[in-house]
Design a protein around this ligand. Structure first.
Ligand code: AMP
Ligand code: MG
Length: 350
């Protein structure tokens, strides 16, 4: 199939282009589009065949559920069997925005969309192109990240092209995304509610609205031995092709350890890389050294992380070391993605 690439200015949205993209989804096709978190791969969430197409295009296991994207509050009552007070409160505070809620699903949502579950994941994005597209597509767009399964989520349209060209109908390109990591997912079907995936909306922010919020035990640990709460949590994710190790410890020890390892890999003839920050970027002797930004503003690190992981692939880096990040605030989301990308390979040095 030929994939049509369409450029859309988010400040001056061309209504005719959005209508055409919405028509593709209504007709059962797939359109990749920008959101504030990462680029999504959209299909009609109420059409089982569209969801099957999404799984095929991504090469994603079909028991890994999709998030249903909506553009107004009425739509929530259509896809969820019940809308508890907690969901209304969270929506009032964080929607539209980077928060996904898990609720009991209504019959209208096919199991192909929910990966066979009785629950549905719902999000109302704030990105203007996403919102207009959802409306034009009929109001219910199932959209996982627009990457091939297992790869880092795309933060630019060129990465969507890299992964999905020829496999989907259309790509809407609006340039950079704002956040760079996928939405926070909170399960409202349990008491207390539980965070299944950390993101820009932190536990503290959720607790201000809901009171006690739990964290799923597999969020920051190796989940291989534990039954996952949701199918999506059991899969390896975000991984670069090179072998990634996270190094945690105080600044100088980390630098010394990584440089030592780099010498060894160089002797073996392997190409090395380091993911660090502005303060340490000049200190490493790796072949490829990339700063993810300023440690004091982890928002910048979140925005750069996936691009950096993909660039190591482009440069054929074989062994990669990453500095660790604080697990506070958005740092927790950064570490959650890094740990998954590293297959939980982490060393502590002091
Ligand atoms: P992505 O679409 O790539 O951002 O990933 C979506 C993720 O949302 C999946 O991997 C699941 O972990 C999660 N998810 C979607 N629906 C549900 C659900 N009903 N219950 C639990 N997790 C879900
Ligand atoms: Mg994904």
């Amino acid at each position: 199939m030929e994939t049509k690439l369409v450029r859309i200015d988010e400040n001056h949205i061309d209504a005719a282009l959005i209508d055409a993209a919405g028509e593709v989804i209504r007709a059962g096709g797939l359109v990749a589009f920008p959101t504030e978190t990462v680029y999504g791969l959209g299909g009609d969430a109420l059409n089982a065949q569209s969801s099957e197409k999404i799984y095929r295009a991504k090469g994603r296991p079909s028991d890994n559920p999709l998030i249903v994207h909506i553009a107004d509050m009425d739509a929530l009552g259509t896809v969820a069997r019940e809308v508890p007070e907690s969901a209304r409160k969270l929506a009032g505070r964080f929607w539209p925005g980077p928060l996904t809620m898990i609720l009991p699903k209504a019959d209208i949502v096919p199991r192909e969309t929910t990966g066979g579950l009785d629950t549905v994941a719902v999000r109302m994005p704030v990105h203007p192109v996403a919102r207009e597209l959802i409306r034009a597509a009929g109001g219910y767009v199932a959209a996982p990240s627009a990457n091939r399964s297992g790869r880092p989520s795309p933060t630019l349209a060129k990465y969507v092209i890299e992964d999905l060209d020829g496999r989907i109908n259309m790509i809407l390109d609006s340039g950079d995304v704002e956040i760079g990591l996928e939405s926070t997912i909170v399960d409202l079907t349990t008491e207390p509610p539980a965070i299944l995936r950390p993101g820009y909306i932190t536990r503290r922010m959720l607790e201000e609205v809901l009171g006690e919020v739990a964290e799923d035990g597999t969020m920051m640990r190796d989940d291989s031995g534990q039954a996952p709460r949701a199918p999506g949590m059991k899969y390896r994710h975000y991984a670069p092709r090179g072998e990634l190790t996270i190094v945690d410890g105080t600044g100088e020890c980390v630098i010394e350890y990584i440089n030592g390892r780099i010498e060894r890999h160089r002797a073996e003839g392997r190409k090395t890389g380091v993911i660090c920050t502005d303060a340490s970027v000049g200190r490493y002797r790796a072949d490829v050294c990339k700063s993810a930004g300023d440690r004091r503003s982890e928002e910048t690190v979140a925005r750069e992380l996936y691009r950096i992981l993909r660039e190591f692939d482009d440069e054929n880096v074989e062994v990669i070391y990453a500095e660790a990040f604080d697990t506070d605030g958005i740092g927790q989301a950064i570490m959650n993605r890094l740990l998954k990308a590293a297959g939980h390979r982490i060393v502590h040095v002091s």
